[in-house]
Write a protein that binds this ligand. Sequence first.
Ligand code: C2E
Ligand code: MG
Ligand code: MG
Ligand code: MG
Length: 282
Amino acid sequence: HSAKKDRTGVVRWTEDLGLGQRADLRQLTELRAGIRAGHLLVQYQPLHDAADRTVRGAEALVRWQHPQRGMLPPGVFLPDAERSDVILELTDWVLAEAIHQAGVWHREGRGLPVSVNLSAAYLAQDRAVPTILALLRLEGLPASLLTVEITETAVLTRPDRAAARLAEIRAAGIRVAIDDFGTGYTSLGLLPELPIDELKIDRSFVMRMHDSKPHAVIIDSVIAIARALNLTVVAEGVEDEPTATALAEAGVDLLQGYHLNRPGPAELVHPNTRLSPVHTRQ
Ligand code: C2E
Ligand code: MG
Ligand code: MG
Ligand code: MG
């Protein structure tokens, strides 16, 4: 692992790229320049209380405003970034941006928590938690208003090391969510040991809950497990009202999805307002 930042803009790989992994090195170099040129932006997608649909938080989602190609979704540039040290610089930027925004909401008296996605390589750094704490102090944001989202895969790469890092994060008062839950290989036996606060059920289950009984049953099981472990359950990818209603009845705490709100500018997040799909826009 080479986790060093290179101020010259040269991209360093965090692992050897095998022959099967074709990375777009030119795009990656361009991304690093784009980060430094201020071409990234963060959109916010609200998390709604399943019971009354009020906004309880917002997830920060990065986009690349490319001068020629327009607004690029993370799927276009994150996979390559995650195989290089560019992800570290990108994540530092997203964290600073999201924590700043949550600080603004906090000072406005809204106290709206923000969720930020962290990749495995970022988490592996010893500087991860001190860096986040410094940002919280800088913006005057209470740690309890930050949630970090980590995928199962990130935890599973090195469960012992990840668990220690998550414990460090939680000891600081920051919340921890497992993202895309159900798509990885988390052994259920590991769950009670993990220092986490929240499970986010992957949208692949949510989107199939009406046409596939097994998917609906899996969702019910995840909710039951979350209850037993005293974890908050979030459902992502909620695209219609029947799904929202069914998830609320099943006992999900928070809903996230296009039916409630698409990701958008921070100004469109109205924390204390009951939002209807009419307000939905990109
Ligand atoms: P995620 O963390 O699971 O984020 C949710 C993704 O689902 C977002 O895609 C969001 O726009 C999309 N989504 C939300 N509601 C719906 C819906 O109702 N239907 C459908 N079909 N999709 C919905 P996005 O913004 O393209 O992000 C994709 C992934 O990229 C994220 O998945 C996350 O894993 C990653 N990502 C985004 N921003 C960051 C970041 O700053 N750092 C890192 N490490 N990863 C990020
Ligand atoms: Mg996420
Ligand atoms: Mg997710
Ligand atoms: Mg997902």
